[in-house]
Design a protein around this ligand. Structure first.
Ligand SMILES: Cc1ncc(COP(=O)(O)O)c(C=O)c1O
Length: 399
């Protein structure tokens, strides 16, 4: 633990709300900070697209700034963006979503924060896949909710078994968190999985909170099953997405939530007490992204697919790593042999070869023997990284 972590976790200063203790030691930051002190590091740790946003999207933000669009928007979001999001989602999922079903947020992160902290409370249980994006469990626990993890496994492509999820629903279950395509596994859930979970949840009065930020990054012409295309109404769902991954706009911080009008009205108030509104010029960039030419998406999907294919081949050749074919996002979450400490492996791999990956335990409790490898980087970098990883692994004795 470095001194910064010590301040955060061990300080007895009564100033701080003990709920902050639910925020785990940030595994990603630890690795990236160490990497920053080293030379010649190859990052397979990146959680954002490596290309800039399309030029017309950037231009729309510049134009908005030059036109003096520097004030607050309406609290739910820029009306033009709410309208464009309704049109876009209705065309994509064949629904009748209206602008009143949408809240524009500061990235998907704010929407996740609003959703989880607004519904989590002591005595409520949340079903969460393990591994999963590291925000969910701490935000649930911070407000007294409990997390029931459903482990997924590399030998099963980290697919979530809908029967396991349904069997886990009990009297205390309040919501189920889904994330397809998944960070950190890249797994895309088939329509049957989403339908079974969404239908049973609605029947039992359980919410489904679905993080769909990688909704366009799906390969091999697979169909993408959004919760929005699997629910009969919006009464028990909150669907979250953003421009960050699809349009390489992570730093522009525009996301959204789609839910029932009642839920959106509640969350609008909460949103005003957290971030007020999302960034105005970048909301205009969002309008341009949705209404402009979208060939960009096809091009990045093809690029990510080629990288994925090469990464899968290289992982197959690597001693001690068990991979699979991830169908979406830009991550692979290979297993190490049972009992091998993934955190030590990631740290030693960085120190001894200069390749930065993220340890599995950053993403849950059942995945200490795993690494997250990101392919949001060039094929050239991926090749060079494995020229270091393969001989290093071959020298280990993980028995
Ligand atoms: C699964 C998942 N959800 C949400 C986010 C955050 O997205 P945004 O940049 O829109 O806040 C990320 C970013 O890595 C992510 O991987």
């Amino acid at each position: 633990m470095n001194s910064l972590d010590f301040d955060f976790y061990e300080s007895e200063d009564p100033l701080w709300n003990p709920a902050l203790l639910t925020i785990p030691v940030p595994g990603i930051r630890k690795m990236v900070n160490l990497a920053a002190t080293m030379d010649d590091v190859i990052h397979l740790s990146i959680g954002q697209p490596d290309a800039p946003a399309p030029p017309h999207v950037i231009q729309a933000a510049v134009d908005a700034l030059e036109a003096g669009q520097t004030g607050y928007t309406m609290d739910a979001g820029l009306p033009e963006l709410l309208e464009a999001l309704a049109v876009y989602n209705n065309a994509r999922y064949g629904r009748g979503i209206s602008p009143e079903n949408i809240l524009v947020t500061t990235g998907a992160t704010e929407a996740i924060y609003l959703a989880l902290t607004a519904v989590s409370a002591p005595g409520r249980e949340f079903i969460v896949p393990d591994p999963s994006f590291m925000l969910y469990a701490p935000l649930i626990r911070m407000n007294g909710g409990e997390v029931k993890y459903i482990p997924t496994r590399a030998e099963n492509n980290h697919q979530l078994d809908p029967v396991e999820v349904i069997d886990a629903i009990g009297n205390k279950t309040h919501a189920i968190v889904l994330n397809s395509p998944s960070n950190p596994t890249g797994t895309v859930y088939p329509r049957e999985t989403i339908e079974m979970i969404v239908q049973e949840a609605a029947y039992r009065g359980v919410y489904v909170i679905s993080d769909e930020v990688y909704d366009h990054l799906v390969y091999d012409n697979r169909e993408y099953a959004s919760v929005l295309s699997c629910c009969s109404d919006l009464d028990h769902v909150m669907v979250i997405s953003s421009f960050s991954k699809t349009f390489s706009m992570a730093g522009m911080r525009i996301g959204w939530m789609i839910a029932s009008q009642g839920a959106i009205r509640k969350l609008r108030r909460y949103h005003m007490f957290t971030t007020t509104v999302a960034n105005t010029p970048c909301q205009w960039a969002g309008v341009a992204a949705l209404q402009g030419e979208r060939g960009f998406i096809d091009r990045i999907v093809e690029t990510y697919k080629q990288r994925r294919d090469r990464l899968v081949q290289l992982v197959e050749k690597t001693p001690y790593l068990e991979g699979y074919i991830p169908e979406g996002a830009f991550y692979l979450f290979p297993s190490l042999p049972d009992g091998v400490n993934g955190s030590n492996v990631a740290l030693r791999l960085l120190r001894e070869t200069g390749v930065c990956t993220i340890a599995g335990d950053t993403f849950g409790e059942s995945c200490r023997s795993a690494l997250r490898i990101s392919y949001a980087t060039s094929i050239d970098n991926i090749e060079k990284a494995f020229e270091r990883i393969i001989p290093w692994m071959a020298r280990q004795d993980f028995g």
